[in-house]
Design a protein around this ligand. Structure first.
Ligand code: UGA
Length: 429
């Protein structure tokens, strides 16, 4: 695309920041990226990428001439008008979003009528209003503010950025929102223009709805197990109704990742703090927590007692194509099994290093073939493509027991059974 587009700034080079930066560079913008972490900036300047995301490193390399990295805001402020805020908003101990990194940005940006803060970080509904007041108190009231939440998914982040279902722009009128809309125009996505609070709520409501869909189908799966029905067929049957849709109806060991866990809880608390009890979300969270533990009950039913049994976990990351361990179901599973005295071995093609940071004593094998050796049971936790292509006869030959629990309903039961193994999925008759 053309190289005449206006430069932009990106503050924070985490997941959202890097993908936003490289995405806009790909459509022709000069992008000035800033991060407070000098080590991260040094890595990026060397062309190394601090996170695992398919295609990201290659796309950064292809756009290196348009990407500028620094720990200082000066260059960015000198060149760019739209400054995208992409800093982390992790949960506090109370479960609300920690906005300290957002406030640090507000403190650091100069008073300027020539700049626009474009909020990409996920923030509670009402944050924009508060930030505008804080900016005014700091004498920076002329700085424009736009909410532009990000909806990308880890593992397919670049594609999600370049082909968004929609772009949401919340502003209070004026040209800033129009400028953000013009920037996104080459992506030809539907644009939703609204006020700032509604844009903030769209982000939280979208994640809460998707998490609700997953908890719903997980409960249907659990009932299917009681009634000898098959949740895969049920999901297909309901998903073909256009009002329901087929996506996010995959039953399994519960949703993980930082976003659903954080945003569902943040929305529930945000509602509670404003006097409303969001009952449905309490159930969504509880169902998910129980779902992560259900596999332990399945193992217990087949192998009781679990003490001394060898359990192989295939996959650690919260989903395939990422090394992100935040909220991963594998963590709950491994801890619960260890508490029962089981001997847990794990294998993940990418996430081992991240997993060991959270559970340093995790016993990690070098390959899928290795982890199943002498196992009494194998549990598929993350549906990495390589696990779907395993030779189950070889696995059966290497195992001590026969049980395969498919925590993602991603394996073919017939193939597993043909190898002489016992298959159990989630809600599959
Ligand atoms: C999620 C949203 O999908 C993005 O739109 C959003 O931008 C992002 O959070 C965010 O707020 O940053 P992400 O957490 O990367 O994206 O991953 P998803 O693909 O949504 O998966 C989340 C979890 O749900 C995974 O553990 C996945 O295994 C699980 N899942 C997903 C199911 O158990 N069943 C399904 O049918 C779909």
């Amino acid at each position: 695309m053309n190289g005449t587009r206006k430069p932009i700034g990106v503050i924070g080079t985490g997941y959202v920041g890097l993908v936003t930066a490289v995405g806009f560079a790909e459509i022709g913008c000069e992008v000035y990226c800033v991060d407070i972490d000098p080590a991260k900036i040094a890595m990026l300047e060397r062309g190394e990428v601090p996170i695992y995301e398919p295609g990201l490193e290659e796309m950064i390399a292809a756009n290196s001439s348009r990407l500028h990295f620094s720990t200082s805001l000066d260059d960015m402020v000198a060149h760019a008008r739209l400054l995208f805020v992409c800093v982390g908003t992790p949960p506090t101990h109370a479960g609300d979003a920690d906005l300290s990194a957002v406030y640090a940005v507000v403190d650091a940006v100069p008073a300027s009528a020539d700049h626009v803060l474009v909020m990409k970080s996920t923030v509670p509904c009402g944050t924009g209003r508060t930030l505008k007041r804080v900016l005014a108190e700091q004498g920076k009231g002329s700085l424009a503010y736009v909410s532009c939440p990000e909806f990308l998914k880890e593992g397919s982040a670049i594609d999600d950025f370049l082909h968004p279902d929609r772009v949401v722009i919340g502003d209070e009128g004026g040209v800033a929102g129009d400028e953000v809309e013009a920037l996104y125009a080459p992506l030809r996505a539907p644009i939703v223009r609204t006020d700032i609070a509604s844009a903030e709520m769209i982000k939280l409501a979208a994640n809460a709805f998707l998490a609700t869909k997953i908890s719903f189908i997980n409960e249907i799966a659990n009932v299917c197990e009681e009634l000898d029905a098959n949740v895969i067929d049920v999901a297909e049957g309901i998903g073909l109704d256009h009002r329901i849709g087929p996506k996010f109806l995959q039953a399994g060991v519960g949703y993980g990742g930082s976003c659903f866990t954080k945003d569902v809880s943040a929305l529930k608390l945000l509602a509670a703090n404003s006097g409303y009890h969001f009952q449905l979300l309490s159930s969504v969270i509880e169902v998910n927590e129980l779902q992560k533990r259900r596999v332990v009950a399945k193992l217990q039913r087949h192998l009781d007692p679990l003490a001394g049994k060898r359990i192989a976990l295939l996959g650690l990351a919260f989903k395939p194509n990422t090394d992100d361990m935040r909220g991963a179901s594998s963590l709950v599973l491994a801890s619960r099994l260890e508490a029962e005295g089981a001997l847990v071995r794990t294998y993940d093609p990418i996430a081992e290093t991240e997993a060991l940071k959270v559970m340093p004593k995790l016993d990690c094998a070098d390959s899928a073939q290795d982890v199943v050796v002498d196992a009494d049971a194998v549990v598929l936790v993350t549906e990495w493509p390589e696990f779907l292509e395993l030779d189950w006869s070889t696995v059966a030959g290497a195992m001590r027991g026969k049980l395969v629990i498919d925590g993602r309903n991603a394996l073919d039961p017939e193939i597993i059974r043909a190898a002489g193994l016992v298959y159990e999925g989630i809600g599959r008759a």
